[in-house]
Design a protein around this ligand. Structure first.
Ligand SMILES: [Zn+2]
Length: 282
């Protein structure tokens, strides 16, 4: 039973829904209270002092009053707005995708401090990648049509989020017989939760290449900063993406809204799926 009348917390804004004439319900990810919903009163009025501090993906310091149903945001102060991320439609959509994933996978009022810190790290990395991409394009006109860094970042987040909520994907040992996987053509099954060895090939829902398994393993066991900045070709990025989408769809039992939007942006930038040359062997 909660007895305190108000509390302060840092929070990342995951979602906002309009309520009545001028209010909003905000879904927040906090370090100690997990995912919570709160009411921001009058936030849609031009004079609101809360408005700029409760934008989507903002990381803010909040004061909340305990309400009968939902808590009420009484003060908000922005700590990080991720302006570079928000200046790039692709990076902003990646951020929205992370927020949608967290919202779908986390129950309310269950502490998930590692997910909070993971989300924060990923937003900072996306912001940094957006700034770097803009600089490169402005200085020498170079651009990565595949968005390799941010695509790997999405896969990294998916793998680690699944682990945090109890669905750690099996990429080291066969998800069926538990034999250690070897660098050979393996397979994959979302229903069994990961990679499947050739001896259990009757359970494969798709083959899994040596390179894709290697990338997935490195993403799973590494800190984000230690993940090599590979140049991967489009087909390998797509293979890894399909594996993760299958896993997410299996656990969520439906698609995510942001998927189709990310797909549209990616095709817009790279309509022929042209491959970048590999500069680092896997
Ligand atoms: Zn097996």
């Amino acid at each position: 039973m909660r007895q305190q009348r108000s509390y302060s917390t840092r929070a990342i804004v995951l979602k906002r829904i309009n309520l009545g004439e001028a209010d909003r319900i905000v879904t927040l990810l906090t370090p100690t209270h997990g995912k919570i919903q709160a009411v921001a009163k009058g936030v849609r009025r031009p004079t609101s002092k809360l408005a700029g501090h409760l934008e989507l993906l903002c990381h803010s310091q909040l004061q909340l009053a305990v309400g009968r149903d939902l808590d009420i945001v009484t003060q908000a102060e922005n700590r990080e707005c991720f302006l570079d991320l928000k200046a790039s439609q692709w990076h902003m959509t990646c951020g929205f995708y992370l927020a949608e994933l967290v919202d779908r996978f986390l129950e309310e009022h269950t502490q998930h401090s590692r997910v909070y810190f993971l989300m924060l790290e990923m937003l900072r990395a996306l912001d940094g990648d957006a700034a770097l991409s803009q600089q490169k394009e402005a200085v020498d006109g170079t651009r990565d049509p595949l968005h390799t860094v941010s695509q790997l970042l999405l896969r990294y987040f998916e793998i680690h989020l699944l682990s945090q909520v109890g669905y750690e994907p099996a990429f080291r040992a066969c998800a069926h017989c538990a034999a250690e996987l070897r660098p050979e053509q393996n397979g994959f099954s979302a229903a069994l939760g990961g990679a499947i060895c050739p001896r259990c090939s009757r359970f494969w829902s798709r083959p899994l290449s040596v390179k894709a398994l290697h990338v997935l393993r490195v993403l799973q066991r590494s800190e984000w900063q230690a993940v090599p900045r590979w140049h991967l070709d489009a087909s390998l990025l797509l293979e890894i993406e399909r594996v993760m989408y299958d896993l997410l769809r299996f656990h969520l039992e439906r698609d995510l809204k942001t998927w189709s939007f990310l797909e549209m942006l990616r095709l817009e930038r790279n309509p022929h799926g042209s491959a970048l040359p590999s500069t680092q062997n896997l």
